[in-house]
Design a protein around this ligand. Structure first.
Ligand code: SF4
Length: 506
């Protein structure tokens, strides 16, 4: 095992070859806490790839964790959330690494991949030496090999990597086709179990990638296409191996998917877990996939709380945004699941949708009342997030509503919840604007992140000092201009996205 710094309570599910003498030190870094990083399959993938290559000494590095302070030769970040860009810079500073790429000509290499890089890598251009866009299973081994062979020699790395699909070398080679979709046999799973994650001691298995849906605000279908599912045999092999290696303590199996019940072998996967005496954890389900058989499998697995994502209480809004599920679909799913013993529902919904008005509020109140009735006896809670326009989706062009309109949208959802006797938890109200500024940003946003993380200035001041108008997110963009990420990935899908955007506004 190459990482001797085991954290308390961890169980390793894989053995890794020891690196050769004098191997470079690579940090598998996650720009947030240990708890968040160890809950992220992208991070497990990066760690496992580095350790499994046998080419590096590997340590993990998390935000605020004093460990992982050796003088690294390369830092490999997995970035899942836009605001973690600021944390990424903070980690570099804490490691004594110059965060601006142009000033770091021969020091440690900064490498990043993950959903944020796959949607809009441009804010990372002033910071990273190498970026991997799209599915990393193809690009990461090639990047690791080049880094192990060439060390910090930027021009040798450029020679090795400039033609690799999905690889971007800021300042040298800044456009690429996103990496090709990988075989579902290679989908990710936890390689370390730990009690200190969002999913304690749970083996997370990515049972599918992409989504059969096509919601106008969601990156799942734009950056991971097409929808693919892990074969049942591969799934069974993985859980058998995890159970064998994890020792006497029980293992829980979490099915990671945008649409777990859309997997054609969903019921058999649930049965396979149950047959091994393990417990099941489920991510959010699509109501449209729930039928009597799948509801039965969920109930039999002892799952008592389920998350669904209607996004809007207005059926017409939902359909306009490409969420092809009627109100009735949700009510039917609620009844089926309650009959099988489910006693709690989390409904993920969005504030600040395009074209919200009083009819949306009235429809939401009716929908929540009807859902509450269909789920009689169960606890229903709305988890409300603010809609953030994301790159490479139809809503990339959308003007994000201002603070006041978002406040009104949240208030009307609270009123609807009260009227329907449903609980509500509001998340991300304050951070959504920053998320949008980074998600839709240019190189200047990356430079502002460095200015801010170095200290002595506020985030808004740092943006302004780099020439970024913080209010630009509230204007429509890109209809007549090339967007930052289109310079990287091309604008081939622009007509389709624009057509869907206009349809969403109708
Ligand atoms: S169903 Fe969910 S994951 Fe799939 S496209 Fe819609 S919002 Fe995204």
């Amino acid at each position: 095992m190459t990482d001797s710094r085991k954290y308390t309570g961890e169980r390793f599910l894989q053995n890794y070859p020891g690196p050769g003498a004098g191997a470079p030190l690579a940090l598998a870094a996650y720009p947030n806490s240990y708890k968040t990083g160890m809950s992220n399959l992208g991070f497990h993938f990066v760690y496992s790839s580095l350790a499994g290559s046998g080419r590096f000494r590997v340590e993990r590095k998390f935000l605020g964790d004093p460990r992982g302070k050796g003088s690294a030769d390369a830092v490999f970040f997995s970035v899942s959330y836009e605001e973690d860009l600021l944390n990424l810079v903070k980690i570099l500073i804490s490691l004594g690494i110059e965060p601006l790429r142009e000033r770091r000509t021969d020091g440690p290499l900064v490498i990043a991949g993950g959903p944020v890089v796959s949607s809009n890598p441009v804010p990372l251009f002033p910071i990273a030496d190498i970026l991997a866009a799209g599915e990393g299973e193809g690009a990461l081994p090639v990047i690791m090999e080049a880094v192990a062979a060439e060390g910090p020699d930027r021009s040798a790395l450029a020679e090795s990597l400039s033609e690799v699909e999905g690889v971007i070398l800021p300042g040298l080679s800044e456009s690429t086709a996103a990496a090709s979709p990988v075989d579902p046999e290679l989908f990710q799973h936890s390689v370390i179990l730990t009690p200190d994650t969002v999913f304690p001691d749970m083996l997370l298995v990515e049972i599918s990638r992409g989504c059969p849906g096509a919601c106008a605000f969601c990156m799942a279908t734009s950056i991971y296409r097409p929808f693919r599912t892990m074969p049942l045999e591969r799934f069974e092999t993985l859980i058998d191996s995890a159970i064998e290696r994890s020792g006497p303590d029980p293992v829980k199996v979490g099915l990671i998917s945008t649409a777990a019940a859309a997997h054609p072998e969903f019921t058999r996967m649930m049965e396979a877990i149950e047959a091994r005496g393990a417990k099941v954890g489920l991510s959010s389900l699509r109501a449209i996939d729930i039928d009597a058989e799948k509801a039965g499998a969920i109930g039999k697995a002892g799952i008592r709380s389920v998350s669904l994502a209607p996004e809007s209480g207005s059926e017409s809004m939902r359909l306009r945004l490409g969420k092809n599920a009627s109100d009735q679909t949700y009510l039917d799913a609620a009844r089926l699941l309650c009959r099988e013993g489910v006693t709690g529902f989390n409904l993920y919904m969005l504030a600040g949708m395009p074209g919200e008005d009083e009819r949306t509020s009235a429809a939401t109140e009716d929908f929540l009342s009807a859902f509450s009735e269909a789920a009689k006896g169960a606890r229903v809670t709305v988890n409300l997030n603010v809609l953030v326009p994301k790159p490479r989706t139809p809503l990339q062009f959308m003007a994000m509503p201002g603070r006041k309109e978002i406040g009104t949208s949240i208030d009307s959802m609270k009123t609807a919840c009260r009227a329907a006797g449903v609980g509500i938890s509001v998340k991300g109200q304050r951070s959504s604007m920053n998320q949008a500024r980074i998600a839709l940003g240019s190189e200047a946003v990356g430079r502002a992140a460095v200015r801010f993380a170095v200290g002595g200035t506020s985030w808004k001041r740092a943006l302004k000092d780099e020439g970024v108008d913080p209010d630009l997110i509230h204007a429509e963009r890109g209809v007549d201009e090339i967007l930052p990420w289109e310079k990287v990935f091309g604008s081939g899908r622009r007509d389709t996205l624009l057509r869907r955007y206009r349809a969403a506004l109708k």
